[in-house]
Ligand binder design. Sequence first.
Ligand SMILES: CC(C)(COP(=O)(O)OP(=O)(O)OC[C@H]1O[C@@H](n2cnc3c(N)ncnc32)[C@H](O)[C@@H]1OP(=O)(O)O)[C@@H](O)C(=O)NCCC(=O)NCCS
Length: 180
Amino acid sequence: MSVYVASLKESDIDRIIEIETTSFSMDVRESKELYLKRISLFREGNLGFYKDQTLLGFFCSELWLYKERYEADRFTLNGDFETYHNKNGKELYISSFAVDRKYRNLIKGKVAFDLAVKTLLNKFNLESIILLVGQNWVAAHSIYNQWGFKEIYKIEGFFSNPNADGETAIIMRAKLPQFG
Ligand SMILES: CC(C)(COP(=O)(O)OP(=O)(O)OC[C@H]1O[C@@H](n2cnc3c(N)ncnc32)[C@H](O)[C@@H]1OP(=O)(O)O)[C@@H](O)C(=O)NCCC(=O)NCCS
C-alpha cells in the first residue's frame, strides 16, 4: 500500500514523540499531553502520514476565529489548545508539521503538506491558513513560499536556542482562494 493520510490515533503517541524529538530542537518540542489533547479534541485536523501501519510524519492543526493579528502568546509552544480552537473558526492554524527524516524517501515534506492541506480544504470551510516558522527552517520556508504563504509579522526572541532555530519566529498566512 502506498503512503496515505489519516487521522492520528492515541496509539500513535510514542511514534509522534519520537518524530518530534528527531525533528525539533529541544527547546521547541511539545509535550505528549498536548499531542494527546489535540488528537482527542480535533481528530479530523490532526493527521498522520502512514505506510502500512508505520507513522512517517504528522500535521497538526486547529481552527481559529479569524483576527488580523493575534497576540504573540497565541503561538506559545505547548500552548493551550482548548482556549483557541473553535469548530466555527475559518482560519486553520498549523500547530505542528514534521516528516521523519528516515522516511523522507517515502514521502517528501512538500508532498505531505499538499496531502494534508488538501484533505482539510475538502473537509472545512476555510478562508485562510496561518503558521509559525523558525527563520532557519529552510525546507519549511520553501514549502510555504510555494503555497503562497506571506510573512505577516515576526516575533523576535521567540526561540531560546538561536544556534538551531535562529531567535526569530515568523508568522505566515495564506488567504484562500489563492490555493485554487
Ligand atoms: C519541514 C519538513 C516536513 C520538510 O520535509 P522535506 O522532505 O525536508 O522537504 P522537501 O524535500 O519536500 O523540500 C521542500 C523544498 O525545500 C528544499 N529544501 C529542503 N531542504 C533544504 C535545505 N537544507 N536547503 C535548501 N533547500 C532545501 C527542497 O529542495 C524542496 O525544494 P523544491 O520544492 O524546489 O524541490 C521536514 O524538513 C521536517 O520535518 N523538518 C523538521 C520539522 C520542521 O521544520 N517543521 C516545520 C514546522 S513550521
